[in-house]
Design a protein around this ligand. Structure first.
Ligand code: KG4
Ligand code: ZN
Length: 348
């Protein structure tokens, strides 16, 4: 099955052509316009998608050497994300499917992130635990089977990526700051400053990163400008170590509690080398298998949406023209808000 995947939920205009679990093309245009504003400006993002998406799709089809007439279907993100941004991709997909008389399916962006793990040679086997860490989300999900998701923990305030972006701003970097903080951290001392690790002792799988971000802000404010510059890489490394510590500790505890020997990483922050290495070491020490997509498949891309779409279309799912953009879409069954029996998920 050969699918065009379209992703426009935030500030990346992305399209990909995927055939079964093989990526034929994966084109991403990251919108530069937001750098000057220290974060994504929703109105600019949707306008930029309108401008960029046609060229991105053409380029994906050209690279894949696939004609529109050779597609078997279309998959597109319908949420969660910025309403205007999601709308652009969704309406392009609907129109294209109508014109080409193709089946199409709306994909949950978070599910797309999970499915990036099915685009790598060694795909995970069900059930597995997935840590989704992105700019908008941080959650631990048990993936019982395809389309069967059980969220067991989530951030109660900032997402991990959001914390990276905010700390980057405090340290004087533009948006998105995650990669800049990570680069800086590589040459820093992670033990120089002991930043707080929130909710480590709590008997749940929720996260909180807002206090950590504030702690970094206060630490920096107490230093002179020269001292900040001298300590820059140490602050970045110490902050990163706090985020990684919490993410790894909670993920491993969840894998142990639910007896899940397979762990997957997903979302933009999964591109972080320190997180990948720390989780790999802890997983290996407990005999767990860790799957991590390459960085380009961790951050937003069309290939992960196409791959999730292939799974849906193969199972006979089709979206109708009634499907609306859902900016606040959640993933599957959320155990953190309504404690209900596990079976509810497995019966689907
Ligand atoms: O999944 P994603 O591309 O978009 C959302 O769905 O939010 O994630 C973007 C987030 C941003 O916050 C970005 O700063 C962060 O992922 N990020 C990183 C790294 N690469 C991207 N954070 C830490 N280290 C990285 N190497
Ligand atoms: Zn994302």
């Amino acid at each position: 099955m050969r699918i065009l995947g379209i992703e426009t939920s935030c500030d990346d205009s992305a399209a990909a052509v995927v055939e079964d679990d093989r990526i034929l093309a994966n084109v991403i245009s990251s919108q530069a316009i937001h750098q000057d504003y220290g974060g994504v400006v929703p109105e600019y993002a949707s306008r930029a998608h309108l401008r960029l998406l046609p060229a991105v799709m053409k380029s994906a089809l050209r690279q894949a050497q696939v004609q529109l007439s050779e597609l078997d279907g279309i998959a597109v993100t319908y949420g969660p994300g910025l309403a205007g941004s999601v709308l652009v991709g969704l309406n392009v997909a609907k129109s294209l499917a109508l014109a080409l008389e193709l089946p199409w399916v709306g994909v949950n962006h978070l599910e797309g992130h999970i499915f990036a793990n099915f685009l790598i040679p060694d795909s995970p086997t069900f059930p597995f635990l997935c840590l989704i860490v992105s700019g908008g989300h941080t959650q631990l999900v048990i993936v019982e089977a395809e389309e069967c998701y059980r969220t067991i923990g989530r951030t109660i305030d900032d997402a991990a990526g959001e914390a990276f972006d905010k700390v980057a701003r405090v340290l004087g970097f533009g948006y998105p700051g995650g990669p800049a903080v990570a680069r800086l951290a590589e040459s820093g001392d992670p033990q120089r400053v002991t930043f707080p690790r929130a909710m480590m002792e709590e008997d749940n799988f929720d996260f909180s990163f807002s206090g950590l971000k504030t702690a970094v802000l206060y630490y920096v404010r107490a230093l002179s400008e020269d001292e900040v510059q001298r300590q820059l890489s140490d602050i970045a490394a110490s902050f990163q170590a706090a985020v990684v510590d919490v993410l790894v500790r909670k993920t491993i505890a969840a894998a142990e509690k639910y007896e899940l020997p397979t762990i997957c990483l997903a979302g933009g922050v999964a591109a972080n080398k320190a997180l990948r290495q720390a989780l790999a070491a802890e997983a290996a020490a407990r005999g767990c298998r860790l799957h991590v997509p390459p960085p380009v498949l961790c951050t937003d891309n069309g290939a992960m949406i196409a791959r999730a779409g292939i799974s849906h279309l193969q199972r006979g799912r089709r979206s109708s023209d009634e499907l609306r953009a859902e900016p606040a879409l959640t993933l599957g069954f959320d155990e953190t808000s309504t404690p209900e029996p596990y079976q509810r998920c497995t019966q689907r």
